[in-house]
Design a protein around this ligand. Structure first.
Ligand SMILES: Nc1ncnc2c1ncn2[C@@H]1O[C@H](COP(=O)(O)OP(=O)(O)OP(=O)(O)O)[C@@H](O)[C@H]1O
Ligand SMILES: [Mg+2]
Length: 400
């Protein structure tokens, strides 16, 4: 087992395109780190540079205290599980797992011990004599992991291993991978663009955008303290609402009314013109249910559309935005891979709410949780840096 350290890693492909641009990540021994971001942000490229399948243009790649930049993949002692876990169809599950050991010329007794130990951990005992073609997607996945386990690799690397599975199996395998990683305590780097996987699997998550690291933090830190607009919009579903906001003292003027925010947050937003407020859907409540009618942070809103899901109710509330905010939202939408960011508020209310479409409703907002972003740089002006993990300086300084 080993720590993995990426120091100022750059990857430029033949055409000079910087697929990975000065990324530094410290992965502790035994840690589970997720690389997440929209398509083309450089996740696979990063992973392939860790394993040695791709040359590193500049920077240092360390495994333990060895610099591995020029080491061949087989000398790095890492195990990679791909999206298409190439199993040998003519070999039994047992032989598929044993394969790397046979290749290394291990004695029969050792092979047998290791295969059986892995098979027990992965609950594959009753399938050892079967062929991969007759197994379910999840079972095949476990065989591929078995092959990685017997090698006693220093780290596991996964590139979207679950993307071929249906939703239910994905969920099962997700839990299984998480449990297995905890049990084995092996350093793991896992690439995905699935938010749920990113939030549930990792000790820490690295969010990437166009080859640049945006933030490296625990799932909770990312959710509660996104460093910039991009991370704020990427993490969370339904996504955070973005609205034009003008701050004066501790008052924040929003399209539907004025609310108060804590002084500490307000101080950092003075004299900055029109900002973008970020408010997650669940920070809103039906004022009549939450007993907040007439409170400071309650406003009347025309509800355009309602979706009742039983345990919660989504209400859609359109608003007007000035051109600069609207333009920023279009830009963010493109960065986020076209996730629909309309000038409408999506609020998640208690399922008991009786709010109906076409009505004017009383909505309360927990303004203490609001974030305020600088629309020019995307920077979160109200971020609590002590609980935001690492936010590289160039994540916000570069114009989007
Ligand atoms: N062999 C290559 N030659 C030139 N450019 C490449 C090559 N491989 C990848 N790229 C470019 O590098 C960037 C990062 O690609 P990469 O495959 O790492 O993205 P990704 O984050 O894994 O995306 P996805 O989620 O779609 O798998 C992309 O813009 C891609 O076009
Ligand atoms: Mg990829």
């Amino acid at each position: 087992m080993a720590a993995i350290t990426l120091k100022n890693i750059v990857k430029k492909y033949g055409d000079g395109f910087p697929a990975v641009n000065d990324v530094s990540i410290d992965i502790a021994d035994g840690e589970f780190v997720i690389l997440v971001g929209p398509s083309g942000c450089g996740k696979s490229t990063l992973l392939r540079m860790i394993v040695g399948l791709e040359d590193i243009t500049s920077g240092d790649m360390m495994i333990g205290d060895r610099k591995v930049n020029d080491l061949a993949p087989r000398d790095r002692n890492l195990a990679m599980v791909f999206q298409n876990y190439a199993l040998y169809p003519h070999l039994s599950v047992y032989e598929n797992i044993a394969f790397p050991l046979r290749l290394a010329g291990a004695p029969e007794k050792e092979i047998d011990e290791k295969v059986r130990e892995a098979s027990k951990t992965l609950e594959l005992d009753e399938h050892l004599e079967r062929k991969p073609g007759n197994l379910s997607g999840g079972q095949r996945q476990r065989v591929a992991m078995g092959r990685a386990i017997v090698r006693q690799a220093d780290a596991f690397l996964f590139d979207e291993p679950l993307s071929n599975l249906d939703a239910k199996l994905r969920g099962q395998m997700r839990t299984e991978i998480a449990r297995l990683q905890k049990r084995l305590g092996i350093t793991t780097v896992y690439v995905t663009h699935d938010q749920t996987e990113a939030m549930t699997l990792g000790d820490r998550v690295a969010v990437l955008k166009r080859g640049l690291l945006q933030q490296l933090a625990t799932p909770r830190e990312l959710y509660e303290n996104p460093g910039n607009l991009f991370v704020a919009g990427f993490i969370g579903s339904p996504p955070m609402n973005f609205l034009p906001a003008e701050v004066e003292g501790t008052s924040v003027k929003l399209p539907f009314g004025t609310v108060q925010i804590p002084e500490a947050k307000a101080e950092r937003c003075q004299g900055k013109g029109v900002l973008m407020a970020g408010i997650r859907p669940e920070y809103f409540e039906d004022a009549t249910i939450a007993d907040k009618v007439g409170s400071d942070s309650t406003f009347s809103a025309d509800v355009d559309y309602v979706e009742w899901l039983g345990n919660e109710t989504y209400a859609y509330i359109p608003f007007e935005a000035p051109p600069e905010v609207e333009a920023k939202m279009r830009e963010l939408e493109a960065d986020l891979d076209g996730e629909g960011l309309r000038t409408q508020l999506v609020v998640s209310l208690d399922g008991a709410s009786r709010i109906k479409e076409g009505e004017t409703a009383e909505i309360w907002v927990d303004a203490t949780k609001m974030h305020l972003f600088d629309p020019a740089t995307g920077e979160n002006l109200t971020v609590d840096r002590e609980h935001a993990g690492e936010i590289p300086a160039d994540a916000v300084a570069t114009p989007a």
